[in-house]
Design a protein around this ligand. Sequence first.
Ligand SMILES: [Ca+2]
Length: 298
Amino acid sequence: MRQFILGTDWWTDCDDAVALRLLCRAVRHGQIRLLGIGINACMEHSVSSLHGFLCSEGVQGIPIALDREATDFGGNPPYQKRLAALSDGSVTNQTAEHPVALYRRLLATASEPVEIIEIGYPQMLAAVLQSGADEYSPLSGVELFRQKVSKVWMMAGKWDEDPGLENNFKRNTRSAQGGAAVCSLCPVPITFLGFEVGETVLTGGQLAADDPLHLALSDHGSGEGRSSWDPMLVQLALEGDEHTAGYEVCRGTATVCPQSGQNRFLPDGNGLHCYVIKQKPDGYYREKIDQNIRRECY
Ligand SMILES: [Ca+2]
């Protein structure tokens, strides 16, 4: 069975919650294994709200890690407090382990290839790649990736312009430096889904009024639907093939400026990176996601 680790900012935008609904459905249906989640932006209710949402999805026992230093991303996260009330309080910001420890532990003990999904800021992914031997493995982060990670799926960048500028890379110095490090160090393929892909695909507007996901969207001011950057990336990762999922790819080498967070792309048929280009009308992607985020009885 395919297995994933998720990185999410779980921050000011609610599309992470829509994306998580897709992953939880796939877990419940026995389609994938979700090994762990690393939160890469920190607010008061980070862990308890994510845990509360997982509880409401009927998905238990997923370890949650938190970058407690990631308090410098600005903005006012709007939807977490209400979700935190759904948690039993068994895990909190204070009890969460560090994402580098979680990723290294999960990768070191994985007996089958792991795919990594990143729908937030890249500084923790970079920190894993830059890590050295520890209690979990004698391998460097890069070598752990080479041995255990088959692919990285990443919502980041703006690829219809060169240079492009998008939130997950440009948000602050840590995110820009993290993006630069991920692009230069990651030894396995990365598929990027950029800002331009998800902006006009609005999903989540057809949920029941008492659905916790609807409440999260409403708290964000997006009860009628939200751009689908993160859910489109997760839907793509779950389908597992860019062409099957309705995209063309441009292959090459991506770079990120560690000062500005601007992304650039050098086409190369043998490159480790690609970004996706929609081949279908927006409704094709919207309908798939809206179908897969309908609340289920479980
Ligand atoms: Ca996100």
